[in-house]
Design a protein around this ligand. Sequence first.
Ligand code: HEC
Length: 427
Amino acid sequence: MKATNYKLFSVEKLLALSFISFILSSCTYQEFEPAGAKLTPQLTAYYTEQPPSSIKDPRWRSLNYYTITVSDQVTGQKPADDGILNTYGTFNGLSSFNKGLGTEVLLRALYDDTNVYIFASWNDESFSPANHNWYYNGPADSKKGDNGTGWTRQRSDDKLQFNFDMGAGKKDVWQWSLGLSEPVGYALDMMLNGSLLPDAGTMPYFENELDDTNRSGPKYEWDGTSQTLNRELGGYTILDPGFYVLNSTDYLGDVVNGDAEYQLHCAKCHGVNGDGAGYDYESGVSFRLPGSFSRISRSGMDSHIDRPDHDGQGYWNAMTAEQKEDVKTRLYSWSGIPGNVLQVPAGSSADIKAISNVVLGKIDIIKKNTNGYQVMFVRKLNTGNADDAVFSPKDGLIDFDIYLYDNDDLNSVGSTGHSLFFKPKSN
Ligand code: HEC
């Protein structure tokens, strides 16, 4: 009787919850296109004396807005480099972007006497925060024919890119990247002039590799300390070590030994491939969900394994300290070891500040990104750097193209030939 009541209650509760979430999800886009706001024929920047300081500024919901319908831009590309696998989620363009569910980009803009502020929002229901994570004996890549044996770098991240016209065939490229720039509060600043080159100064990240090959394995790992950061825009945040390394130390442990020990003592319950399907017993605990075990520090990992109620405790405690570290390395190399180390940028690479609605402390890639991405960019109208476009409100217009990437480095959807119009200040 008691059980039945409980069941009834939870079914009702579930129904109510799903009804509420239905209402919420069906309102999501309307929230950004409220009745009072008008669609403008080009992206219009309005003058303000109160600069927006956050992604939650109410004007990012109430200002007149501009929308862009995206279409295929670059498709069918896969990286030539050996060892870079499964990094082209947008390979088929629109039909693969956001799982073929489509998107449009909604833009709003403000400016003051110093800066331009641009807000962008678009739909992409799945979070891809990992750019070129390291895997050991990871998945193969059917399109490239690369096998996953040994170290490979896998997965790409989600990005939004503006190309602003600088004249003389040059474009000022602003690329917000969930893997490489967002965590530290910036957009990548580059220039397209025949080829795409980063601006002068220090970029927000550097490659985490032992040598210059994508088979060499990581050089660094997370040092286990809390990755707190006070960003110039958006303030205090914490970075999920499952996907991001900011506090780094030299990479520790021998993955080859770790795999050997694992196969001897853990595979019977956790699976030869770490997928939870052991040959003696299915523990159901997989180490392969991206970020899942790489966010547990080396010192914290022991308490997850050395528990009386863990059937593997005895096997663990029979290992030497060194073997334990090697096995931890093996677990990390299934969840993915971040492929880049983040750093605070400097010089002309630090001109574009950016923040988003992504909660960086713990990114659950199974959860749907139901509200889509929202990103705010802030840049000086004139940085004084030769590799940047100058925004001159009195001249009225600057032309731009826009590109969206979903788990991809090379392929994109987007649209070209748009204008940002600076509406003169009234009075
Ligand atoms: C006899 C079966 C068995 C063996 C051997 C075994 N495990 Fe487990 N393991 C389990 C089961 C069952 C669970 C899930 C229940 C639990 O967490 O206790 C688990 C859970 C875990 C977890 C997840 C804990 C968490 O907090 O999420 C880790 C990590 C783990 N095992 C590591 C290992 C390692 C490393 C080895 C090899 C030294 C090993 N296990 C050997 C059965 C086993």
